[in-house]
Ligand binder design. Structure first.
Ligand code: BGC
Length: 905
């Protein structure tokens, strides 16, 4: 197999599934990255040769538009040639080859195409249904239609499309993609994302064609947030903007714009809500279909109403991430009947998506009702945790002689169990007639983790599924109840885990823009949820200052920078970070720390907090807030240095030093005991480098003691969970860390596994040991925050960690312990796949590592020797003496401190 570059990417976009084509991007100079395939061992790139081809299909006869060989060792985020900007709509084929000691073959040609980059490119109108009133209640979907003639010889056909609401675009009645609920959720008043579809293959030449767009409430007008929530946060009517552009081989162009020539009528979904579900009337759908074939008046189509153009202040932005898509299909695992006689399907996995009904027959008007829940309680569907979300879909049959099928297009549910009410005929046919469709933002999976302990493998799988279920266009807290919001604290603690599990850069990059817009709107302090729909919700409208949640503006971009090495991501967020830190209300007496009067959620969901008050944690909330502040200041000082802002770097270093000193003065005894005397307080003090060298042994020993006294059970909430095991390792208590990780009593990481969990729970005991559901309001079975422990699985159990941003340098340093004898961990970094697999067999430690070109790897062997390797697959082994373990050095401790310094035997 040839040595060549593969997998070319433009900025952080993904190509269309199964293609080498990326269309509709918002950049005219997209930076280019690639991986290498079959490279020689230790290959080091010295030059790369980039070619662009514009205005023609690549053939051996076509000379490239641009061809240049450039000195450069990097294969990531390479500048696009300045004088070859891509104007709106135009594309380029791109290929690359590299050379070092050996030269590679050319990569395949990859295609990249710009979207509509300037506002005046948009010639379509914003149209709506004239029958919309200001709905205080859920409204039905609307369906828009436009017929148009297509000549022979279509060369290119694109639909540029967005909506206020969520839409489903079809050409000649067929979906143009598996995209789901576009254009996703953003701060619609400031930025509305558009999508671009290649529809050439769906058109019939030399004949009449039609576009239909169904639009539903989505996040634009639909109900958001808990209780009665809020409706119409961004406006009170749904609208669409569609622009079909056709290019023919003879050079002519035609544009079909949304305008008053479009017809619109009520769709077949009488309700289509995110929380409550969708009700679909198949008779109405049939009537619409018939009407579309000829007489539009049959289904009541009338001229669409043209609305005033979008205000100039609303950016029309190309979507950076891939959209949500139908990603997977799960068949029923089992089916059973409850004591009250309900029919339940168990899919065997808690997931996010919907149920698809296939080939059912029944009377016209017969309604099949689908109810969804994550758990069973008292042998019936456990719906109480869903709070005010009805989570119910209804399919009203048309009663056609041929079997009918349906799947919702405007709602999603978090579920493992599905209750099917009113199934026409024998329920024995159900398992072949129903399947679960998994939806989430389409992202490349970037991690595998497998080890010799089956429960840890299940824990990792649960974390993975909870990330999938909550990356629905933005990072949300949970996918099932009347919430599903972009809570900032959840992603603040989970970001380093998220970036390891999936390539989610584009999604988070987009969300950070919304976060900054919301932050400006609040006057400088970031919101606790973004997009900030809580603005319209009484008390919550006033809640904003709140460490961890606010710290997302620093912790999320920092995690993205560590993952990608992309300084542009930091630079884009710099103003947001700087504004946040400068807006913090400071304390009267300790002027480098949070004001003692500030509102804080603290170590949210500490297992000792009462079910009805998750903020009442054993660790003082201001202690937690200030620990996070010191950590954020340290990161900010580094960011300023990286962005070459020396004055700001000096300011934040100084603030960091004062904050650290004031923190110790307030919360730490000279010997190293930390007030609150809790797992979280010690974990944060150790991992955030808040202690002096001579305080570390006492702090580590106290943390170790607290954990032993607690029977190795966890006692941390959102704040402490990501750090407690790392704090043990950093202070030389590795075996306690393993003992705690492997604990199965409640609360612990493995307790939910013993209860059959297949996703990460919001609470340690969302399901209580007796099988009942925790009485607290906050009881989801799919919250990723506590899954931040997967970072420890990757970095310490697997031993693979990034030590220079963008995986330019990484380290494999496994910590054998507990009962674990074998681990395999892999990560798809920006340069390609990095992996480590270690095992201890018959007193011998063996490790095999995989290194892509562009990365240097340090392999730390148990006895302390560190080997350095480049591209290739490498194997090492040495005799393993458990008593000499752990080694003298452990990476991650502050500079100048060794394991000997922190141990307190
Ligand atoms: C959410 C959390 C969130 C918290 C903060 C909850 O309702 O589900 O994940 O961070 O509120 O108040």
């Amino acid at each position: 197999m040839a040595f060549r570059p593969v997998n070319l990417r433009f900025e952080h976009h993904l190509p269309l599934p199964g293609t080498l084509s990326t269309i509709g991007i918002g950049e005219s100079h997209p930076r280019v990255s690639w991986n290498l395939e079959n490279q020689p061992e230790n290959f080091q790139q010295i030059t790369y040769h980039l070619e662009l081809l514009r205005g023609a299909e690549p053939t051996s006869a076509t000379p490239p538009t641009y061809s240049e060989e450039i000195q450069g060792t990097s294969s990531t985020l390479i500048q696009w040639p300045e004088s070859h900007a891509l104007p709106s709509r135009s594309g380029a084929f791109v290929r690359v080859k590299v050379s070092g000691e050996t030269a590679s073959a050319w990569s395949d040609w990859h295609y990249v195409e710009a979207g509509l980059l300037i506002r005046s490119d948009w010639t379509c109108s914003r149209i709506s249904s004239p029958s919309y009133t200001s709905p205080e209640a859920p409204s039905p979907s609307a369906i828009f239609k436009r017929s148009f003639a297509v000549k022979r010889g279509v060369k290119k056909a694109r639909v540029y499309m967005t909506s206020q609401g969520v839409y489903d675009l079809r050409v000649n009645g067929k979906p143009v993609s598996t995209d789901f609920m576009n254009p996703g959720w953003t701060n619609y008043q400031d930025r509305l994302l558009y999508q671009v579809y290649d529809v050439a293959g769906a058109l019939s030449e030399d004949s009449e064609n039609h576009l239909t767009v169904e639009v539903a409430e989505g996040w634009f007008t639909g109900r958001l947030a808990w209780g009665d929530g809020v409706r119409n946060v961004y406006g009170d009517r749904n609208a669409i903007m569609a622009q079909l552009e056709l290019e023919y081989a003879d050079g002519t162009r035609e544009v079909v714009n949304s305008d008053d020539r479009w017809q619109v009528t009520q769709g077949a979904s009488t309700t289509a809500e995110i929380y409550d579900g969708q009700t679909f009337d198949a008779s109405r759908a049939k009537l619409i279909e018939e009407s579309l074939r000829g007489d539009l008046s049959l289904a009541g189509f009338a001229a669409a109403q043209v609305l005033p153009p979008l205000p100039e202040s609303t950016e029309l932005e190309a979507m950076t991430s891939a959209p949500m898509r139908q990603i997977d299909v799960l068949r029923p695992a089992t089916q059973f009947t409850t004591p009250s006689g309900k029919t339940i399907i168990d899919f065997g996995q808690n997931l996010v998506g919907y149920a698809r009904i296939k080939n059912v027959t029944g009377q016209k008007g017969h309604t099949i009702t689908l109810k969804f829940a994550e758990v069973m309680e008292n042998e019936e569907l456990g719906t109480r945790p869903l709070r005010c979300a009805k989570v119910t879909d209804n399919f009203i049959l048309a009663g056609t002689p041929e079997p009918e099928s349906w799947e919702p297009n405007f709602t999603f549910h978090g579920f493992r169990y599905l209750q099917v009410d009113n199934w026409p005929g024998d329920t024995a046919t159900l398992s072949s007639a129903i399947e679960a469709v998994v939806i989430h933002t389409d992202m490349t999976r970037a991690a595998t983790f497998e080890c010799s302990n089956a429960s840890l493998n299940q824990l990792h799988s649960n974390v993975f599924w909870s990330m999938r279920g909550n990356f629905t266009g933005l990072p949300t807290d949970c996918p099932q109840r009347d919430e599903r919001l972009g809570w900032t604290g959840d992603i603040a603690v989970f970001a380093p885990t998220a970036t390891f599990l999936y390539d989610c850069t584009a999604l988070l990059q987009s969300w950070l823009k919304d976060l900054w817009l919301d932050q400006k709107d609040l006057g400088g302090i970031p919101p606790v949820v973004s997009p900030n729909c809580l603005k319209a919700m009484g008390f919550w409208a006033r809640v904003s200052e709140c460490a961890i949640w606010n710290d997302a503006v620093i912790l999320v971009p920092w995690a993205l920078y560590q993952e990608t090495g992309d300084l542009a991501l930091l630079s884009a967020q710099f103003e947001s970070m700087d504004t946040f830190l400068n807006s913090i209300p400071l304390d009267k007496n300790h002027d480098a720390l949070w004001s003692d009067d500030s509102f804080q959620l603290g170590d949210w969901l500490d297992p000792l907090a009462p079910p009805d008050n998750p903020a009442q944690s054993q660790t003082d909330a201001h202690n937690v807030a200030n620990a996070f502040l010191v950590n954020s200041l340290a990161i900010m000082a580094k960011i300023c240095a990286l962005l070459e802002k020396p004055a700001e770097a000096a300011k934040f270093s100084d603030w960091h030093a004062r904050a650290r000193q004031q923190f110790r003065h307030l919360y730490v005894t000279p010997a190293g005991f930390v007030s609150s005397d809790s797992q979280t307080a010690y974990a944060l003090a150790i991992v955030f480098d808040l202690l002096e060298k001579d305080q570390l042994p006492t702090a580590g020993a106290r943390l170790d003691r607290l954990i032993r006294k607690n029977g190795f059970r966890i006692s941390t909430g959102f704040a402490g969970t990501p750090y407690v095991l790392e704090a043990l390792v950093l202070t030389g208590h590795t075996q306690t860390a393993y003992r705690m990780l492997l604990e199965t009593g409640c609360p612990s990481w493995l307790y939910p596994i013993t209860m059959g969990a297949t996703t990460t729970w919001e609470r340690w005991d969302s399901m209580m040991p007796d099988g009942s559901i925790n009485p607290g309001e906050m009881t989801s079975f799919n919250h990723y925050a506590l899954g931040a422990v997967a970072h420890f699985l990757h970095e310490r159990v697997g031993g693979l960690r990034c030590v220079a941003a963008g995986w330019a340098r990484c380290r494999v340093e496994p910590l054998p312990g507990g009962e674990i004898t074998k681990v395999k961990v892999e990560h798809l970094a920006i340069q390609g796949k990095i992996g480590a697999e270690w095992e201890v067999v018959d007193g011998v430690f063996r490790v095999e590592v995989r290194v892509p070109a562009g990365t240097v790897m340090e392999v730390a062997m148990p006895k302390g020797e560190v080997k350095e390797v480049g591209a290739g697959v490498w194997k090492f082994e040495e005799k393993f003496d458990a008593y000499s373990w752990p080694p003298k050095a452990i990476s991650g401790l502050p500079d100048g401190i060794t394991l000997e310094d922190v141990k307190n035997e």
